[in-house]
Ligand binder design. Structure first.
Ligand code: GDG
Length: 483
């Protein structure tokens, strides 16, 4: 129960609350809705379902009192400075994140981090158990909270529990490196339904159940004997996330955004081609590979400023984790080298922006860009690719897309690349840059149709339907692209 004793039909648990603390001009602290598709998607389902959201407020120390924002009951979970380091920066981002992303950097294992992860997951589970109504629905998000489903089931066997993984689920050969692999699988199997970005992620999870626990799987379900001898069946399927197509389309059509897009192009010297990259500064995003390919194209004269201009937005991320600090130094060193070599007075070869921007500025960048480069080495979905498509109401633009993203399995008309293959990546960039207008427009039209039909609101309702129907009814799977 909440402090007021009220309970909720739908309780969402995610590492972060959907709001950020901001300091107003008069110095007072206020809450502001965080930008992003998840919050938009959940707002519509939360208002239909009388929902509560459990998450960390973003500030270490005591948690603020629960409060209501945009019709949602928000219940902050406290994290001490130590827990922030051990549960979040440590176990979530230093252990799980590399294992779940193909070990692009080595994973670090520390027992103290694991104990903190267990402790914080229990705190989340207790808050969820207090807030959920009788036979209510609980929706847990992401890799930071993998133990929460089983912990909630223990406390509240009456509720229906779903979990959605925003990142890839690794092949069992990598997952098996985790000293706590069995406990993680058991934590997830507390759910009734587990949602993944790709069919391959769901399969990887089912394989982990077979290999590590010798449980039986059939189609997309796993059967086993749970606590106190209860026979349980859990379904694991792909329900790929998307973006708020209508909202982004409308934003990109506003006169302010259209004018700002024009202004951006002018301030860059009206290039023939504006190339754009937008990523959190994360080693999974393939930023170094992209820069290497672009630098070689500059050396070969295949692209030349000011005719071609490349803008890379690298949003600050996880700045206290070593691997992220090292990546930043490497990327910034390379940007400096490229600009030193190929820049001219008044014309940088590469515009690098280590900032976070308002949503309307992002939309203007998308509208301004002729080619968007999305080249991750591994990415659960990649919303930037879908946002670009949603913003191109003019039918223009070309998308270069890595085959190692979830988005690749839906946006079939993109210019597909393997970012490890620098020669191939260079050729794909040039192909996208030189493609005939008609080809680019046809591709964009088809991709827009796909994202419009499969938007984030549909994702949220499909997840909740699958959860309500689990484990009896199978989920219609997204066709995997094999070619
Ligand atoms: C995880 C998975 C999966 C970025 N810079 C700014 C800004 N952004 C927004 C983008 C986009 C979001 O952040 C990033 O989403 P991605 O999907 O690209 O990547 P992750 O952060 O790694 O997200 C990923 C996702 O979860 C959802 O399931 O797709 O695979 O890794 O929405 O627009 N937004 C604003 N200013 C910025 O400077 N306003």
């Amino acid at each position: 129960m909440s402090t007021s004793g009220k309970t909720f039909d739908l309780v969402v648990a995610a590492n972060r609350l959907p709001v950020d603390r901001v300091v107003a001009s008069d110095g007072s602290k206020q809450w502001r809705r965080s930008p992003g598709g998840l919050v938009t998607a959940m707002e519509s389902v939360m208002s239909e379902h009388d929902g509560a959201w459990v998450g960390w407020s973003g500030e270490a120390g005591d948690a603020p009192e629960p409060f209501v924002e945009n019709g949602m009951y928000l219940r902050p979970v406290p994290l001490s400075e130590d827990e922030l380091q051990q549960y979040y920066e440590g176990f979530s981002n230093g252990t799980l994140w590399p294992i779940f992303h193909d070990v692009i950097v080595p994973a670090t294992f520390h027992r103290q981090w694991w104990y903190a992860y267990e402790r914080v997951n229990r705190r989340f589970a207790e808050a969820v158990a207090e807030l959920a109504a009788d036979s209510g629905t609980v929706w847990v998000h992401d890799y930071q909270l993998q133990l929460v489903p089983a912990m909630v089931r223990e406390l509240r066997p009456d509720v229906r529990i779903g979990w959605f993984n925003h990142i890839p689920f690794p092949p069992v050969e990598l997952f098996a490196q985790l000293p706590w692999r069995k406990a993680l699988v058991e934590g997830l199997l507390g759910a009734d339904f587990l949602g993944f970005q790709r069919v391959a992620d769901a399969h990887n999870f089912l394989r982990a159940c077979r290999r590590l626990h010798a449980f039986t799987t059939r189609g997309d379900t796993v059967s086993f004997t749970g606590k106190r001898g209860v026979q349980r069946v859990v379904r694991a399927s792909a329900i790929p996330i998307s973006v708020d197509f209508k909202g982004l389309d409308a934003l990109a059509r506003t006169p302010e955004v259209v004018a700002r897009a024009q202004q951006i192009r002018e301030s860059l010297g009206n290039p023939a081609t504006l190339l754009l990259g937008v990523d959190r500064l994360d080693y999974t995003k393939g930023i170094r590979h992209r820069l290497k390919a672009y630098a070689e194209l500059l050396t070969e004269g295949a692209v030349a400023p000011p005719r071609e201009v490349f803008v890379q937005v690298a949003t600050p991320s996880r700045e206290r984790v070593d691997a992220y600090r090292e990546l930043r130094a490497e990327v910034e060193g390379e940007v400096g080298r490229v600009n030193g070599e190929f820049g001219r007075i008044g014309h940088l070869a590469l515009q690098y922006l280590h900032h976070s921007y308002p949503r309307s500025e992002m939309a203007a960048l998308y509208v301004a860009a002729d080619v968007l480069l999305v080249t991750p080495l591994r990415d659960g979905m990649n919303l930037v690719a879908k946002e670009y498509v949603a913003c191109r109401h003019d039918g223009g633009g070309a998308l270069v897309l890595s085959e190692f993203t979830g988005a690749f399995h839906e946006l079939h008309q993109a210019y597909v690349c393997n970012p490890h293959d620098i020669e191939g990546l260079k050729q794909t960039i040039i192909r996208a840059l030189k493609a005939p207008e008609g080809e680019r427009r046809r591709a964009m039209k088809a991709m827009r149709r796909r994202v419009a039909d499969h938007d984030v609101q549909r994702w949220a309702s499909r997840f909740l339907e699958a959860l309500a129907a689990a484990p009896e009814r199978p989920v219609r799977q997204l066709a995997e692209v094999t070619g």
